[in-house]
Design a protein around this ligand. Structure first.
Ligand code: ADP
Ligand code: MG
Length: 383
């Protein structure tokens, strides 16, 4: 436009240095990689930067009960034989029949049963034709009959059309035990088509220390809704929910129902985190916006499907994860403001009156260093 070449060329060079977006580009990785490294030091494994960003927006959190809110060290607490059950069946007799079947199962109630029998050094008969119904119960042939072990739904829906002797009092007793916060199952024997309730087994599991504080911290972080999802009974679940301060309980869920509940939560709250440990939690972990698995207690499938793994099973790391996400987002906003701000300021000045090239270099490199340092501050994030 008729301007003198040397000064115009100099100004164009200055503009290109000032406007090149190094600081903008480095803003995000500087913050996100620092956040991932900081998580690593705290025993929190993020499987990617996008999960740090997802953690910033979580509005609702769903927890599995067994193994997540509780320690998963289920213990058999009581063995009850139904008075009119049979010919001199003792507590130990009932336990050894149940153990014969449960020796074939991987379930935590099964492991607790087997452990209790081992502790009492019981003789356990062999079992054949083991079958399990997910979320309901198990059965197998022991000696000359079939032993069934399960919850209300097992006896009502699986054994549906067989008239079970003693089922009414059996279910009443189950309800009383559950009201005490004990996860309980009915043991029954099937002989030539007749099913008779033999007794009950009751179990407890301890709530992880710090669970209630963790829920409180989530609320302070602005999480609107906290839900428990469990395959266990409603009464037992409600007791634990009350103890730790959870809003909503969804009990007696099958794995696919856990997924449906998460989908429903996503509809209502948009960004939902799911925390779980079991095989039956894996589909729900995959469906949630952010899947968090308990690394120590967790099964391989859960660890594989999750986006974040808590290496030490430390529940207090859940508020840490959400807090880190939020801190990372704040850092990103500040970084982008610094980066775009520096560019806008320099470009504006260059267009209006020009600045010396060395100053543009200092401004360009300076803002890049500044956003990197600001990102690195996240390395010190402690929650
Ligand atoms: P959770 O992990 O919360 O116990 P599950 O879906 O694994 O959830 O089991 C739900 C319920 O199904 C148990 O609480 C129990 O009543 C019954 N159940 C499942 N497997 C067994 C088993 N091996 N023995 C007895 N009951 C079982
Ligand atoms: Mg579990």
């Amino acid at each position: 436009l008729g301007s003198e070449f040397t000064s115009t060329f100099y100004r164009a060079m200055t503009l290109m240095v000032a406007a090149s977006p190094c600081a903008v580009i480095i803003s995000t990785p500087a913050a996100v990689l620092s956040a991932i490294a900081s998580g690593g030091r705290q025993g929190v494994l993020f499987k990617g930067g996008e999960h740090v960003e997802a953690a910033a927006n979580i509005d609702a959190v769903a927890f599995d009960k067994t193994g997540t809110l509780t320690q998963g060290d289920t213990q058999l607490t009581d063995v009850f034989v139904r008075e009119t059950a049979a010919d001199s069946l003792t507590d130990e007799g009932l336990l050894s029949l149940a153990t014969a079947v449960q020796a074939r199962s991987e379930h935590h109630l099964a492991r607790a049963t087997v452990a209790a029998a081992e502790e009492r050094s019981l003789d356990v008969p062999d079992a054949r034709r083991f079958q399990s119904v997910a979320g309901k119960g198990v059965c197998a042939d022991v000696e000359a009959s079939t032993i069934h072990i399960g919850n209300r739904s097992y006896f009502e829906t699986v054994l549906g059309d067989a008239a079970v002797k003693g089922l009414e009092p059996g279910l009443d007793r189950l309800q009383t035990l559950e009201a005490e916060g004990k996860t309980s199952v009915i043991v029954a024997r099937e002989d030539g088509g007749d099913v008779t309730v033999l007794g009950w087994l009751a179990f407890t599991d301890t709530v992880r220390p710090g669970a209630a504080e963790m829920i409180g911290e989530l609320r302070e972080l602005g999480v609107e809704h906290i839900v428990m999802l469990t395959g266990d009974n409603e009464r037992v679940a409600q007791r634990i929910a009350d103890e730790v301060g959870i809003d909503e309980v969804q009990a007696e869920l099958l794995p696919e129902e856990k997924v449906a509940t998460i989908e429903d939560l996503v509809d209502r709250h948009e960004n939902v985190a799911m925390v779980g440990d079991g095989v039956n939690d894996a589909p729900a972990l995959a469906t949630a916006t952010l899947g968090i698995a308990m690394g120590g207690a967790g099964t391989d499938v859960a660890l594989d499907t999750a986006d974040v793994v808590l290496m030490g099973d430390d529940l207090s790391k859940i508020p840490y994860v959400l807090g880190l996400g939020r801190a990372t987002r704040r850092t990103l906003i500040v970084n982008l403001a610094i980066a775009f701000g520096a560019i806008a300021l320099m470009v504006g000045t260059i267009l209006l009156r020009g600045i010396p090239l060395p100053l543009a270099v200092v401004g360009h490199e300076g803002s890049t260093v500044l956003v990197s340092l600001n990102g690195l501050r996240l390395l010190g994030f402690r929650g």
